[in-house]
Design a protein around this ligand. Structure first.
Ligand SMILES: Nc1ncnc2c1ncn2[C@@H]1O[C@H](COP(=O)(O)OP(=O)(O)OP(=O)(O)O)[C@@H](O)[C@H]1O
Ligand SMILES: Nc1nc2c(c(=O)[nH]1)N=C(CO)CN2
Length: 175
């Protein structure tokens, strides 16, 4: 058994449809989906704002790499193209594997560049922490601490203030 937190984001085309596409591709492994947030671009300011959400997923058979493969399958289904010139540039769909827990409920720790766990930039991203906190107010990012504490860091204050809930855009009916 493994559980995973996945972050989904889109800032090109029909953004909500791309997020919905991810929920559809992940299918029965989806347990809960957060609300949708409009968020300022992180890491590369010259691009449109994103829609972001977080998915809690579970699958008895999934290995950590299976979650990465599923993330890539979601991106491919939504026509994601990589621009090698822009590491954090615009995209139809970005799906990141934030954390994975094994069958005993222990967090998987990995420093493989192909799959680093927890995701190496999750602690810096309000667009990951905020929707995850909404679903799990007591959650801890392994190796970093409680989400509520991470979100109150001064470095995240501007992004926290600039992100806005979009209750008009729901993914929950798909979960
Ligand atoms: N936890 C992880 N989740 C997703 N991809 C990861 C993870 N750890 C390592 N990777 C690797 O990162 C590579 C680049 O992924 P991607 O193109 O989605 O990066 P990015 O979205 O531009 O940046 P970021 O990973 O910071 O969101 C992937 O091919 C994947 O193998
Ligand atoms: N707000 C926001 N910014 C980003 C996002 C994202 O999903 N949301 N994904 C990125 C990919 O690395 C880069 N920047």
């Amino acid at each position: 058994m493994s559980r995973a937190v996945l972050s989904i984001g889109s800032n090109l085309g029909d953004r909500l449809a791309h997020l919905r596409g991810a929920v559809t591709v992940l299918g029965r492994s989806v347990r809960e989906v957060s609300g949708v947030y409009e968020t300022p671009p992180w890491g590369d300011a010259d691009q449109p704002s994103y829609l972001n959400a977080v998915i809690l997923a579970e699958d008895v058979a999934a290995t950590p790499h299976d979650w990465l493969e599923r993330a890539r399958a979601c991106e491919a289904a939504e026509g994601r193209e990589r621009d090698p010139e822009r590491r954090f540039g615009p995209r139809t769909l970005d799906v990141d594997v934030i954390t994975v827990w094994d069958a005993d409920g222990r967090p998987v720790i990995a420093d493989d560049p192909e799959l680093t766990l927890p995701h190496p930039r999750a602690q810096l991203r309000a667009f990951v922490l905020r929707p995850w906190l909404d679903l799990r107010p007591d959650a801890v990012l392994p190796g970093h601490g409680p989400l509520a504490v991470l979100l109150s860091a001064p470095e995240l204050a501007a992004d926290v203030a600039a992100m806005t809930p979009r209750p008009d855009l729901s993914l929950e009916s798909l979960a």
